[in-house]
Design a protein around this ligand. Structure first.
Ligand code: 5AD
Ligand code: SF4
Length: 468
């Protein structure tokens, strides 16, 4: 047994012990103990939260959406400053629940906790927090709860980094029919604006056999769509022995019987290989969607961002992808107001948007992150100029997306039904291969099934349709 397997077993033993303790407290109170899980940030965080929820359910907590609960866990994001501010705001509001419930525990984890200044601030100003841990030791939640039950004071356990990948612990799935699967952790790219490499550590890939085993188990359990997750999936396998490429992994995943759809997130343009394009183009299961962040249009700004490609190389890549897969839907991330961005540079960003014509784009105003190289760069534009650029970009992105998204109006497409429509219960909502949503008349028994749907009306970012 290797050290990671021993660790998984140790955690499972702790969970068994905790089950008894939680059940005792619950008997004493005459009610089940509840947990509330709050998650900020990206798909990787969402996946970590599923693991945390899996542990909490295993030891006997029952889920609630109310923050007035017995165990509140907040998984934090620090990619932009406003994500941090939201956490502090929320934490302040929790004090009142804790006052009325002596059993309540508050735990904080995720990217923000990997910053020592944040932990200092919480220790000083938010004494009602019970447990703090980071991104590298999510698997230890049960152990940290046990420690908290046995000690007074805050339990803090932050790891600087790790080479460990602890497999095979419980995970609570949000949907029965689709699921995210981590294929790698961390990032080695050090884009100069980005804090992720500092809080998520160096790139580590999971072994292909562990990934395949997990997906086969998910499929046996009814999952038909998976999303392979990594900060930069295109560099998957580089640190494995024997080496394997992301395209080769996809080929193996494709062979899993019963699996119908494969998605992945996120792709760095500098590492997107011809081999991947070829595998995607041939595939019957890989969805017709690629999220390909370009961040900025100006080659000079891209250099300052350490993105390792030029505007021309990015556009060539898009051409290559579109030639191989004319029906592909492209989405992207864009940052406005990077410190060295001038009005001229911004025009290059608009130019890329107009040429590529994305199906949708996430647009962000640059946010200074302490400790990153860009934090020491001088701004060449004012806040007002940056805000003006942002508004211009947003309206351009939205009007193009409206046209681009509507291109399938009138066609019939296969959709995976995800749920009953929240506004109108006579409708269900399904997702197309290209990631767009369609609402059409249906019933809850369709959830998790594939249906052929005629897209009768394009509504901008979604469709209305009817089954055929
Ligand atoms: N400021 C603004 N946006 C950022 N992103 C990452 N770091 C920052 C930052 N400091 C954006 C990038 C990335 C997405 C996940 O978040 O566009 O692709
Ligand atoms: Fe951040 Fe760049 Fe890594 Fe993405 S690739 S997580 S933007 S450093």
């Amino acid at each position: 047994m290797n050290t990671n397997e021993t660790e998984a077993l140790r955690q499972k033993e702790i969970m068994e012990r905790l089950k008894v303790r939680i059940s005792d407290i619950s008997k004493e109170l005459g009610r089940p103990l509840t947990y509330c899980s709050i998650c900020f940030g990206c798909q990787m965080n969402a996946k970590d939260s599923e693991k945390l929820e899996g542990i909490l359910e295993t030891i006997g907590y029952v889920r609630t959406d109310s923050e007035d609960c017995d165990f509140l866990i907040m998984n934090t994001c620090t990619v932009r400053e406003n994500a941090n501010l939201r956490v502090y705001g929320r934490l302040g509001q929790l004090k009142k629940y804790k006052k009325n419930n002596p059993h309540m525990m508050i735990a904080l984890c995720g990217c923000m906790m990997q910053e020592s200044l944040v932990v200092e601030k919480i220790k000083e100003s938010y004494r009602h927090v019970d447990i703090i841990f980071g991104t590298h030791n999510v698997f230890k939640l049960a152990e940290l709860i046990e420690t908290k039950l046995d000690t007074k004071g805050m339990v803090i356990d932050i790891w600087e980094g790790t080479s460990e990948i602890v497999e095979d612990l419980p995970s609570e799935r949000k949907y029965d029919f689709k699921c995210g699967v981590n294929i790698m952790f961390g990032c080695n790219n050090f884009c100069t604006y980005c804090i992720v490499p500092y809080v998520r550590g160096r790139e580590r890939s999971r072994r292909p056999e562990d990934i395949i085993k997990e997906i086969k188990e998910l499929v046996a359990d009814g999952v038909v769509e998976i999303m392979l997750l990594g900060q930069n999936v295109n560099s998957y396998g580089k640190n494995l022995e024997p080496k394997i490429t992301f395209a080769q992994l996809l080929t193996q995943v494709e062979q899993i019987e019963g699996l119908k759809r494969i998605r992945f997130m996120t792709s760095h343009p500098k590492d997107l290989s011809d081999e991947l394009i070829e595998v995607m183009a041939k595939s019957k299961k890989i969805c017709r969607h690629l999220h390909l962040p370009f961040q900025a249009g100006s080659s000079r700004v891209l250099k300052d961002m350490n993105r390792c490609y030029t505007k021309e190389q990015y556009l060539e890549l898009v051409d290559k992808i579109r030639t191989a897969m004319p029906d592909i839907s492209l989405t992207t991330d864009i940052i406005v107001g990077f410190p060295t961005e001038t009005e001229e540079d911004f025009k290059e960003t608009l130019d890329v948007v107009r040429r590529v014509r994305y199906d949708s784009a996430f647009t962000f105003i640059y946010s200074k992150r302490t400790g990153t190289p860009a934090a020491n760069m001088e701004y060449v534009s004012t806040d007002e100029e940056i805000k003006e650029r942002f508004d211009k970009l947003l309206s351009e992105v939205q009007s193009i997306a409206k046209e681009t998204c509507g291109r399938y109006e009138g066609t019939t497409q296969e959709v995976l039904v995800e749920g009953v429509n929240e506004q109108d219960p006579s409708l269900v909502t399904g997702r197309l291969s290209n990631n767009l949503l369609v609402h059409f008349p249906g019933t809850s028994d369709m959830i998790g099934r594939f249906m052929d749907v005629k897209l009768t009306e394009a509504k901008g970012f979604y469709y209305l349709g009817e089954t055929v």
